[in-house]
Design a protein around this ligand. Sequence first.
Ligand code: 8ID
Ligand code: ZN
Length: 349
Amino acid sequence: EVPKTQWAQVLEEVGGQLKYKEIPVPTPGPDEVLINVKYSGVCHTDLHALKGDWPLDVKIPLVGGHEGAGVVVARGQLVHDIEIGDHAGIKWLNGSCLSCSFCQTADESLCPKALLSGYTVDGTFQQYAIGKAAHVARLSKDIPLDGVAPVLCAGITVYKGLKEANVKAGETVAIVGAGGGLGSLAIQYCKAMGIRAIGIDGGDEKRAMCDSLGADAFIDFTKSKDVVKDVQAATEDGLGPHAVILLAVAEKPFQQATEYVRPRGTVVAIGLPAGAYLKAEVFSTVVKMISIKGSYVGNRKDTQEALDFYRRGLIKAPYKIIGLSELPKVFDLMLAGKIAGRYVLDTYK
Ligand code: 8ID
Ligand code: ZN
């Protein structure tokens, strides 16, 4: 029995305070499902939305959140391939038109009509959330709903980023922001794929976490006198990593990456610091034949692959569970850069 009202964290004004309150449970449209969200991860993107960091408007009032794992409790009349009681996940890409040239070629995150969970449509910081049936992630019932939540954005995104980096087993990737939510999962995907991982982040807690996740080296950017030299020195031949995955929420490391990446290497921008620019010296970009590119979440196939790594037990990233009612505390810690790994919200606390 689906209730008429539910608890949610609601943003009523960009840059304002969150309100924890009771709101109506939404009704799914013909091509949508209603998911009883049990757990939702908190991504730094949710903080960008709250602060109005990006040149893309958020819906107001907004229920944020886009790493929601739960149980399907209702479906529209056009939905036939997902049953009531199935486990499912809501990810950043809530829906897309399915017919533009990007959707046709499985680049649905580039769809000009894409719906974004917790940004242009309400997301998972509530007990009941809507997703387009074509896009909700299918979760097998042996997957724990709390542990899988961060995979629904952080996991998919770094998994796709590694594909875009064109790295092979035995090669080396530098992960910038390795101690954060995306970073902790990036280390795990690297390990699972046989890729050597150099973690870059700040502070002893994040160093300890990266070490325990199996990073081959760790560079503390708050203590290093020369990050570029230290990253290169951490590679086997001193010539730098084959790829750099940029997850930090700061501009400076986006400039440094092209300096230490290996000749022929690839720099993949994923983090989205407000107002930042990518700047690289033309001469060395040319003579080192460096590729610089962006990577944005993943398609539905990437989603199922990233989830399957988790189901097989290859991805174990640390997370802490806290009640949905305490979401503002998570944002305070995130703003201060004090979260090692991810926070996951229990929507019933
Ligand atoms: O599809 C996408 N491209 C996508 C998907 C999901 C998230 C992009 N993102 C973006 C988020 O919007 C955010 O901008 O990726 C970024 C990272 O998200 P997150 O992992 O959820 O954030 P976090 O947990 O706060 O981790 C960020 C880490 O960066 C470190 C911090 O210490 C933190 O651990 N960091 C910073 I700030 N400056 C650094 C520096 N100079 C740094 N690490 C190394 N060097
Ligand atoms: Zn996210």
